[in-house]
Design a protein around this ligand. Structure first.
Ligand code: PLP
Length: 387
């Protein structure tokens, strides 16, 4: 998992490549979500997938400090790492285990998601002196995971009949990507409310109910449930809903991805071939930074050219390899061994954001975040630190 280091000074000179994240932006985005949600709504912060590739430990710490009610992840190892880091906020385990794995989740006092009798019975069996708390997941039409709308009331009845397990929450996921998906999600939300009404009619009083995630928050929905589970918006990531204007009021939690120059070459053109990195080269000088595929940094796809920022200017990337990036440097730019190059980040109109970086690679922002943070240290950035 990601290593978290305390400052740029502690990035190893043996491999000076790192990611900086802005934990104050996490708190600011949580506050913005609360402003948009109905008053009193609980926030279950989605920190799955290593906090969407931002480093789960600093993100979870920032969320706890900011008073988030719950965290959600599907990864047992990440949930354990959060606890080991001293974060005590309750953790909902999004599904990810076999029924026999639920014992370990319950032993660690995490709240597993169940969607069938096998999971519920495993949780009941694993319970110690107090009942295991579980969340029920209902599939409202995403077609991925969850008990069906029709079978949900029967499952809750069954769980209520078991000793050693309590239903703490019930949720569904209504993610949508465009206007058509939004209309469909709205319909399905009404069906989910129908299940909640049916459960109340059967005498089940489930403390936490949740249906809305980033897509819904981005289009301004509020709902009848008492909790929401935002992911993308919490990180200020680009909208997952196509055709929407970028959301105002949210800040990117990704500060920057940076690397330092380890070599500078003034090429004697007579001596080098015109293949590989040098086919498109216009300048005599190139530099190398140690940030290649092994650091999660993929090469640009055909037809795209990656760039990096240096002293506020965009420099062209000639090519990437397993461990290195070769960058062309115009003659009027002063650059020295050890200088820092910004691969993602910067400020204002001099910024390479993760969406632009992902476009060069023909990928998505989230996939790029996951591959970068998995392979380099993550540093929570101080406010004073500049680009
Ligand atoms: C990931 C996830 C969310 C958060 O989704 P975003 O679109 O990132 O806001 C909410 N609920 C469930 C069940 C999830 O798995």
């Amino acid at each position: 998992m990601t290593s978290v280091v305390s400052g740029v000074a502690s990035v190893a000179a043996t491999h000076p490549t790192w990611m900086e994240i802005d934990t104050e932006a996490v708190a600011a985005n949580l506050a913005e979500i609360r402003r948009r949600a109905r008053p009193g709504v609980k926030v279950i912060a989605s920190v799955k997938a290593n906090a969407y590739g931002h480093g789960i430990i600093p993100v979870a710490r920032a969320l706890e400090t900011a008073g988030v009610e719950m965290l959600a992840t599907g990864s047992f190892s990440e949930a354990k790492a959060v606890r080991a880091a001293g974060v005590s906020t309750p953790i909902v385990m999004l599904a990810g285990s076999l029924p026999e794995g639920i014992t370990e989740l319950v032993d660690a006092a995490f709240m597993p998601t169940v969607y069938d009798r096998g999971g519920a019975e495993a949780a009941a069996k694993a319970a110690g002196s107090s009942p295991a708390k579980v969340f029920i997941k209902v599939d409202c039409g995403m077609g991925r995971l969850g008990v069906s709308l029709a079978d949900a009331p029967g499952l809750v009845d069954h769980i209520a009949s078991l000793d050693g397990v309590d239903v703490e929450g019930i949720y569904t996921h209504l993610s949508f990507k465009d206007a058509g998906g939004m209309a469909y999600a709205r319909e399905r939300l009404d069906l989910f409310y129908g299940v909640l009404r049916e459960l109340r009619a059967r005498g089940h009083d489930i403390p936490v109910t949740q249906a809305l995630a980033s897509s819904a928050l981005m289009v301004g929905w509020q709902d009848d449930c008492n909790a929401i589970c935002p992911g993308h918006v919490l990180y200020g990531m680009p909208s997952v809903v196509s055709g929407l204007a970028p959301l105002q009021g949210f800040k990117p939690v990704l500060g920057a991805v940076k690397s330092r120059v380890i070599d500078i070459t003034n090429h004697d053109d007579a001596l080098i071939g015109r293949g590989a990195y040098h086919g498109d080269r216009k300048e005599r000088r190139t530099v190398v930074v140690p940030c290649g595929l092994n650091d999660g940094n993929r090469s640009a796809v055909d037809g795209e050219t990656a760039e990096v920022l240096f002293k506020g200017r965009r420099l062209k990337v000639l090519g990437g390899s397993l461990e290195h990036l070769v960058i062309e440097v115009p003659s009027d730019v002063e650059i020295a061994i050890g200088d820092t190059v910004t691969i993602v980040g910067g400020a204002g109109d001099r910024r390479i954001d993760i969406a632009e970086y992902a476009r060069w690679q023909g990928g998505t922002s989230i996939a790029c975040m996951l591959s970068l943070s998995a392979r380099m240290p993550v540093i929570p950035r101080d406010r004073e630190q500049s680009d």
